[in-house]
Design a protein around this ligand. Structure first.
Ligand SMILES: [Zn+2]
Length: 408
């Protein structure tokens, strides 16, 4: 049954158009014609029309896998990962990773570079742009259309404007129009987000798709967090949501933070702060978070003890967030979280003491399942969510257009 159609809209309602059907397939909610029909309530013939539209755009393919649902088995449908490329850029303090992936976020080719972030946006975006072209050409992918570019930055980001806002380690980037710079040459969507938001998105989309409330804590050189609420990243009013590293924590002597304030969470539990503490106790050769993590992995007792106590301090901040947000799952990531259970144990201990029983009854507190490249995956999911937004995709397909574009 078709709906009456305003002139500018697509010839179907967004919630049962091809875009919605594609979303059911990519999220795994429905993988066969029968299942789609059951979930949406659409007639099989209408489901067939939606799938025809998606197949015509090369977005969905029928696989050989047979899935049985009520009666005879039917072929599983899936997103055609080869229909387009996604470009992910993960800017980091130590290194910047650039990857070209398929639509399933599988990496096809990548480059890792050491870039000084304070060289400023114009210089660095040109270097990154050249590296992306080089990677695509080197992998023989010049003829494949591009869905979009996702960038993660270690700074607060105004997502709508695509700009860094306020103080961060990316000096010179505040207010710079990153999207316009890249779109001088690229006719594809460019999406820019805070790096921890991308880690959060990657974790939820890939490993916890059925948990729609997820809190992610990154404990590395600095400390940050991200949150998925009702299935979507929450960025706050100015893009600063989750920036807990510079929240003040009382009772630990107010050490100097690198932001200029005193007693920030990061100045107590960030990797750089742990390195500072261990040096002050006479330990030599400990310069940064990586050195601290190495000492912990080797089982050096003072490093282990310091990490465990910092887990308890971090736990105080996370306990407040738990009471406020009531997440299904808290994921701990970052360099300091992959050193065994020391940090996790401290965090768990305090959360179960402090947060209310209702908020913790079903709560899981777990380490990240990514070994690396979570930022790359997150940038890919960001692009995919944007390009395959049901309303946007329906409009594109209704006009016979392609959801993909080209570089140059
Ligand atoms: Zn600070």
């Amino acid at each position: 049954m078709e709906q009456s159609t305003p002139a500018s809209a697509s010839p179907w309602r967004v919630d049962d158009g091809p875009g919605a059907v594609l979303r059911l397939i990519t999220t795994g909610q429905a993988r066969t014609r029968t299942a789609i029909s059951e979930v949406t309530g659409l007639a099989r013939s209408t489901v067939g029309q939606r799938l025809d539209a998606l197949a015509a755009a090369d977005l969905v393919v029928e696989t050989d896998e047979l899935v049985s649902s009520r009666g005879r088995p039917s072929r599983a449908l899936r997103l055609n990962p080869a229909a387009g490329l996604m470009i992910s850029v993960d800017f980091g303090e130590e290194r910047t990773r650039i990857a070209v992936t398929d639509l399933a976020t599988t990496i096809l080719t990548e480059r890792v570079m050491r870039l000084a972030l304070d060289d400023g946006p114009e210089t660095l975006l040109d270097i990154v742009g050249a590296a992306i072209r080089d990677a695509i050409t080197g992998a023989g992918l010049d003829d494949v259309p591009v869905a979009g570019v996702g960038l993660g930055l270690p700074a607060p980001v105004d997502f709508g404007a695509g700009q860094v806002r306020g103080w961060s380690i990316m000096s010179g980037w505040d207010g710079y129009d990153i999207r316009s710079h890249l779109q001088q040459h690229w006719r594809v969507p460019v999406l820019i987000d805070n790096d921890v938001n991308l880690l959060t998105l990657a974790e939820q989309r890939r490993h916890w798709p059925d948990q729609t409330h997820l809190l992610y804590i990154k404990a590395g050189t600095g400390v940050g967090s991200g949150m998925v609420i009702d299935g979507a990243i929450n960025r706050g009013a100015q893009g600063a949501a989750g920036d807990i590293g510079h929240a003040h924590i009382n009772g630990y002597g107010d050490p100097q933070c690198r932001c200029g304030n005193l007693g920030c969470l990061e100045a107590l539990v960030g990797g750089w702060a742990l390195a500072r503490d261990l040096r002050e106790r006479g330990r030599e050769g400990i310069h940064d978070a990586r050195d601290v993590a190495d000492r912990v992995k080797r089982g050096e007792l003072d490093a282990v003890a310091r990490l465990r106590s910092s887990g308890r301090i971090l736990g105080e901040a996370v306990a407040y967030a738990t009471s406020l947000l009531n997440p299904d799952v808290i994921v701990l990531g970052g360099l300091l979280s992959v050193t065994g259970d020391h940090l996790l144990a401290g965090v768990r201990e305090v959360i179960y003491q402090r947060a209310l029983p209702l908020a913790t009854r079903q709560l899981r507190i777990v380490p990240t399942r990514f070994r690396s490249r979570a930022g790359i995956a997150g940038a890919g999911y960001l692009v995919r969510d944007h390009v395959f937004d049901p309303a946007t995709l329906d409009r594109t397909l209704a006009t016979g257009g392609s959801p993909f574009g080209t570089l140059d």
